[in-house]
Design a protein around this ligand. Sequence first.
Ligand code: OSB
Ligand code: MG
Length: 369
Amino acid sequence: VKLTGFELIRVAMPLVAPFRTSFGVEHERDVLMVRAVTPDAHGWGECVAMSEPLYSSEYVDGAADVIRRFLAPRLLAAGELHPHQVCDLLEPMKGHRMAKAALETAVLDAWLRERGESFGAHLGAVRDRVPAGVSVGIMDTIPRLLDAVDGYLAQGYLRIKLKIEPGWDVEPVRAVRERFGDELLLQVDANAAYTLADAATLARLDAFDLLLIEQPLAEDDLRQHAELARLVRTPICLDESIVSAKVAADAIALRATRVINIKPGRVGGYLEARRIHDLCQAHGIPVWCGGMLETGIGRAANVALAALPGFSLPGDTSASDRYYAQDITEPFVLGPDGHVEVPSGPGIGIEPVADVLRARTTSSQWLGA
Ligand code: OSB
Ligand code: MG
């Protein structure tokens, strides 16, 4: 594609309910959207960086800054470029994977729209709909948690993920298992809130037949995760730790992870996400698609990725109304069978609704070639 420029758009998206994890409470998503403009098309990328560097070192103002000052100028200087070159062009700049992912996705979307090819087709999707799980935040009381889970199951979600932290782990898991039965697909996510010294507590979760424990220890605790995996029976699944295909290969070789949560933003884009998918398939490691409370823009690309053959577990690919009263695109809806449809139009197959985008935009900036 020939890039005319990028538009950086900041969008304020209030959540339907506060989302509490071990690292903090989110009330409103402050989303950075990237629009890549070419002479014949435009493409969208949603940056998953959050307002504060609590999930990872990235944060939304930092992502906007590095895009504006360092990343976008490199791409705009390249003139004509293929979307698969974006990663190499940005490689000299260290880190900032969420920022890079948003740019790469916008360029890839523009290119695919020009060609009339869908994101799913380009990535190698083999399904036109994907099973949806839901991530349930930490609640004040167990009855409130049971009500929330009950509501999601009534809507048709196929898998429940409970956020946990020290003091909110064994009892909520026990309560959900007792109330909803042994057949419920249930897993937990600690967002790095534990240390190896908590191994005995985490081993108590073995009694509840969980699909996996997601990211119990710190991002850079690969060796410790391998040690923990020897002390608990429940499979360990890494999220924060897996920042690239290279780290995924190391984690698999170390036996630090038996399942991987693939988040394209965290690993620098959908092409790297696909490389991790391919690596995991070669090693017999099941993967699933994580989420970062995306709007319909990021969600469209995520569900396309989740339609690849190695995605054998339901993802955090919930419907729009789990997050937002009004999504920025036409909403993703949960089918009666608990699946979400993969868009089939060119590129990510969906666009922001102009009025909603305008109403939610807090600032925008044009970066021209
Ligand atoms: O760890 O998976 C996570 C949301 C924000 C940041 C990190 C995580 C999450 C979720 C929600 O669990 C996933 C979603 O439904 O988008
Ligand atoms: Mg997680």
